[in-house]
Design a protein around this ligand. Structure first.
Ligand SMILES: Cc1cc2nc3c(=O)[nH]c(=O)nc-3n(C[C@H](O)[C@H](O)[C@H](O)COP(=O)(O)O)c2cc1C
Length: 327
């Protein structure tokens, strides 16, 4: 059975969200933290809160690191292992220009030499986190290239040299951002080439999308057969956090369940971050939840009311209006 993962999403899938989604809907095999930059601040404030075990009880969490520097990776990985984690994910996908211009995230996809040097340091037998914690599982989450589809061949050659626990592929180029359709022909080429487990990520917005994809992955004539062991869902899970349960049990989330989840999430954010920050967090969440409003003009109107709401009472009024429009 294909496993189900919640994607890392900065500002969205932090520990407060993870715990709420687990309590209300569950059926998620693995949670990834939004990227953590392992400079000397890794164990300070936000990053530390994200990964301290007390904030992640009962969840299988994989911290994600964004770096292209082996010592930075290894130092952070050792701290993470000391906290009891068994798995770490490397980010080769972030398309933000600030990140990519420093050859981090998707930026590393335009320098196969740098990628190889970095991975060599990560998987090195001496001095690495892996040498100290030999059971540590290292996975990577990657796009399929920077500007050109031809980039991917070199990337695959390098990824194939290292014993990744899993390779998570979002089949878009850096320059695609989230536009166009996922480039399935490149995803298929990865399935044909790579020996390890592959995780598919991209544009799963409903249980029907998931079913169509898994049918494709299971079809022995289609080149994917047997290689895809998990599916990772991001935006579709913010819009409908019940998607995992629906995939597993066929029981879709109801409107009442969704609204309970959103109300509790807001209260949880308020408790930790205060009202203003909780409202900004919820605005991000609502930018996906309002996709459940079929009429675009109405959706934009509702979202605007939420986004411009200031203070607890106004936010709650805007939410009442939004709930009334969701089908
Ligand atoms: C707002 C936002 C924040 C994201 N943050 C991260 C991140 O921290 N690390 C990461 O690897 N990917 C990040 N992503 C990419 C998602 O994990 C995922 O690859 C992408 O949304 C495609 O999957 P989906 O179609 O299921 O949403 C982010 C995406 C969005 C839209």
């Amino acid at each position: 059975m294909i496993k189900l993962y919640l994607a890392p999403m900065e500002e969205l899938t932090g520990y407060i969200f993870r715990n709420a989604v687990n309590r209300h809907f569950g059926h998620i095999d693995k949670y990834f933290t939004p990227f953590l930059s392992p400079d000397n601040r890794i164990m300070k404030t936000r990053s530390a809160r994200e990964i301290i075990p007390a904030n992640n009880e009962g969840l299988y969490v994989v911290p994600q690191l964004l770096t292209n520097d082996p010592p930075q990776f290894n130092d952070a990985a050792k701290l993470i292992c000391d906290m009891g984690y068994q798995e770490i994910n490397i980010n080769f996908g972030c398309p933000s220009n600030t990140v990519a211009s420093k050859f981090k995230g998707s930026g590393i996809l335009r320098s196969p030499e740098l990628m190889d040097r970095f991975l060599d340091g990560v998987f090195d037998k001496k001095g690495s986190a892996l040498s100290q914690y030999p059971d540590l599982r290292i996975s990577v989450k990657t796009r399929v290239g920077y500007n050109e589809t031809s980039d991917f061949e070199k990337v695959l050659d390098i990824l194939d040299l290292y014993p990744f626990y899993e390779i998570i592929i979002h089949p878009r180029l850096k320059k695609d951002l989230y536009n166009h359709k996922p480039r399935m022909e490149l995803f298929r080429s990865a399935c044909a080439k790579l020996t390890g487990d592959i995780v598919y990520n991209g544009d799963i917005f409903s249980a029907a999308d998931f079913n169509a994809l898994t049918e494709l992955f299971d079809d022995p004539s289609d080149g994917y057969a047997g290689k895809v062991t998990a599916a990772m869902i991001g935006r579709g899970a913010i819009k409908d956090p019940g998607i995992f349960r629906q995939i597993r049990t066929d029981k879709a989330g109801t409107k009442a369940e969704l609204f309970d989840f959103l109300d509790e999430l807001y209260e949880d954010y308020k408790e930790v971050l205060g009202t203003d920050n909780a409202i900004s967090k919820m605005k991000e969440v609502w930018s996906y939840v309002t996709l459940l409003i079929p009429d675009e003009k109405e959706r934009m109107r509702v979202l605007k009311t939420i986004v411009s709401a200031k203070g607890d009472a106004r936010y709650k009024d805007a939410v009442i209006v939004a709930k009334g429009k969701i089908r």
